[in-house]
Design a protein around this ligand. Structure first.
Ligand code: PAF
Length: 287
């Protein structure tokens, strides 16, 4: 497995793989990799001839008061995990390589970027879509892999690729959870032991909500109240609790179609997100 740091190097590696007839799988990350990322690399490995993982903590998707400078940077451990999962190449550029000058060109996906995390993190998705556009143009993948844990990010990027005719496919892979249900996240590293025990409240609240829907509760305000009670009882501070149309991400008043329950909640120093899809047609549960 190669670790490269420049755009020219990764382009040359991908061009050689393509010349050898290989399809290119791509897993964009910000590093601090965990088993969730591992599952994306494995999926790419199983489907593509050449697998590139990018590791880049992208400054343009962090707000001025967010955790850009303290975001964990663990290239050594990340390299070990990528090699074990079968990646062929890590692209780990410096900020100056990706943004040699002040960035004046941006990609913005309207509407889908505006609610949920877009409302509490202004400019976040503009940073994500812009850096992913740059990465897609650099790596030229056939398939890029993202996790359902960042459900809004996945929806925004799928729409960008479709609206702007990127010649590639996006695959969204299931959330990987710890044994107690906590969704794997690089930000779980910020949790103290006590916070870590409490952080499972996001998953518990989502499960309770799904059970309530299965029992016939469809009022979003009732469901949101119950989720809020679970989070606050565990000492969490909800940022948002939203139940939205699974495709358009527009808010629902009643659950009368496939829905996404999405939560952002502070637990200690960490702002954690998690989500669950609710399919109204029970046949979909069997897929
Ligand atoms: O999900 C992430 O890790 C980041 O938002 C991404 C997609 C790598 C863009 O920086």
């Amino acid at each position: 497995m190669h670790v490269v740091h420049t755009i020219n190097e990764v382009r040359a590696a991908v061009a050689a793989a393509r010349k050898a007839g290989k399809t290119i799988g791509f897993v964009p990350t910000m590093g601090a990799l965990h088993a969730g990322h591992g599952s994306l690399v494995q999926k790419a490995r199983s489907e593509c001839g050449y697998v590139v993982v990018s590791i880049f903590v992208n400054p343009t998707q962090f707000g001025p008061t967010e955790d850009f400078s303290k975001y964990p940077r663990t290239l050594g451990d990340d390299t070990t995990l990528c090699a074990a999962m079968g990646a062929d190449c890590i692209f780990a550029p410096a900020v100056e390589e990706m943004y040699p000058e002040q960035n004046l060109s941006w990609v913005d996906v309207e509407k889908l970027s505006e609610g949920l995390c877009g409302a509490s993190r202004p400019g976040h998705f503009r940073g994500v879509t812009t850096v992913c556009t740059k990465l897609f143009h650099i790596v030229l993948p056939d398939i890029a892999y993202f996790g359902q844990k960042d459900a809004q990010q996945a929806a925004v990027l799928c729409r960008m690729v479709s609206d702007l005719n990127f010649p590639m496919q996006i695959k969204v892979c299931p959330i990987v959870r710890e044994a107690d249900g906590l969704a794997m996240s690089s930000r779980n590293r910020y949790l103290s032991q006590d916070d870590r025990r409490r952080a499972v409240c996001l998953y518990q609240a989502l499960c309770l909500c799904k059970q309530q829907v299965e029992k016939g509760v469809v009022s979003v305000s009732d469901l949101v109240r119950q989720i809020s009670e679970v989070l606050t009882a565990a000492g969490g501070a909800p940022d948002y609790i939203s139940i939205v149309d699974a495709k358009s991400l527009q808010p629902l008043h009643v659950i009368d179609r496939d829905a996404l329950i999405a939560i952002a909640c502070r637990v200690g120093p960490a702002r954690l997100i998690d989500n669950m899809l609710i399919f109204l047609n029970p046949l979909r549960f069997q897929l």
